[in-house]
Design a protein around this ligand. Structure first.
Ligand code: SAM
Length: 292
């Protein structure tokens, strides 16, 4: 009978056969629990009309589930040592392409249409290398590609930050940036015991569903994101303090800032963590109109 790669028996067999030890510096923790992979595939509603992108296939635990359920799988793996192991572990599947590449260096806008021509539905499913979780997510969100959903395993605290609501401790510029592009929710939590080697932190599966158009309308996206980040620079301080620091303190600038806050109907004494994304959008628009 067929045993999944995501079992202790096969994981150990593959690691030994290729004389592999997990590299901590590359965030390598191999998943050994098929039920979790089943739930990830279900959360992404993968079927034979769906193409799946994976980041960091490792020795193929998740890749195998994607290959079984999806039409095609395109996986990016940075670690050359894993390539022969993936060839071996995924030999039964003819719908998988492995790219030996650093995902952060990959030109996704040209590579993905090239490798997956005439795609009907595109999803990203990955057990991310945790040291680069947020850069990977923003690279995916900023790509000009028609991704439907993202099912991403990451450190639990990061998933909580990315889904945080205004007025909570975890709410910050990342929560606002994610909301700009998608609906986000934690699909389920994952205990550290299902990995080899075991990481020090618990994990969670984040589900991001891309919005057809951004949640708010801003005159200038880059300016909006900069203003959000500047507002949170010192969380304990008021919006007024953070924005004065960002824009400079000459009297004219301060007048403009006062006007911008008034016109956006935002009390300068509030803290960034209380502002909704709509309020940030209004504020960014009224600041940029005043050439702040
Ligand atoms: N998918 C496998 C699993 O679930 O067992 C392995 C997941 S492991 C947490 C993260 C994987 O990402 C490792 O295989 C690692 O080599 C790979 N990786 C790390 N940095 C990467 C990068 N910049 N680009 C592509 N892959 C990377």
């Amino acid at each position: 009978t067929h045993k999944y790669i995501a079992t202790p028996t096969r994981t150990n067999e593959i690691l030994q056969r290729f004389n592999l030890a997990a590299k901590k510096s590359l965030g390598q923790n191999f998943l050994m629990e098929p039920q979790i992979l089943d739930r990830m595939v279900n959360s992404a509603a993968i079927d034979k009309q769906t193409d799946a992108i994976e980041i960091g296939p490792g020795i193929g635990a998740l890749t195998e589930f994607l290959a079984i359920h999806a039409k095609r799988v395109l996986a990016f793996e940075i670690d050359q040592r894993l390539l022969p192991a993936l060839d071996y572990s995924l030999a039964d599947y003819d719908n998988v392409t492995i790219k030996h590449q650093d995902i952060l260096e990959a030109d996704l806008n040209s590579l993905i249409p090239e490798e997956l021509p005439e795609s009907e539905r595109l999803v990203v499913v990955a057990n991310l290398p945790y040291y680069i979780t947020t850069p990977i997510i923003f690279q995916l969100l900023e790509a000009k590609l028609d991704f439907d959903v993202f099912i991403l395993m990451m450190q639990k605290e990061v998933a909580q930050r990315l889904t945080a609501k205004p007025g909570t401790k975890a709410y910050g510029s990342l929560s606002v940036a994610i909301q700009y592009y998608c609906d986000s929710e934690i699909a389920f939590n994952v205990p550290k015991t299902v990995f080899k080697p075991q990481p020090n932190v618990d994990s969670a599966i984040l589900k991001l569903t891309r919005l057809a158009t951004p949640r708010v309308t801003v005159h200038d996206e880059a300016y909006f994101f900069r203003l959000v980040r500047a507002s949170f620079v010192q969380r304990r301080k008021t919006l007024w303090n953070n924005l004065r620091t960002a824009f400079g303190k000459n009297p004219e600038t301060i007048d403009q800032l006062t006007e911008a806050l008034n016109s956006a109907q935002i009390d300068a004494k509030r803290r960034a963590e209380t502002l909704t994304i709509d309020e940030f959008a209004n504020l960014a628009n009224s600041c940029s109109e005043r050439s702040l």
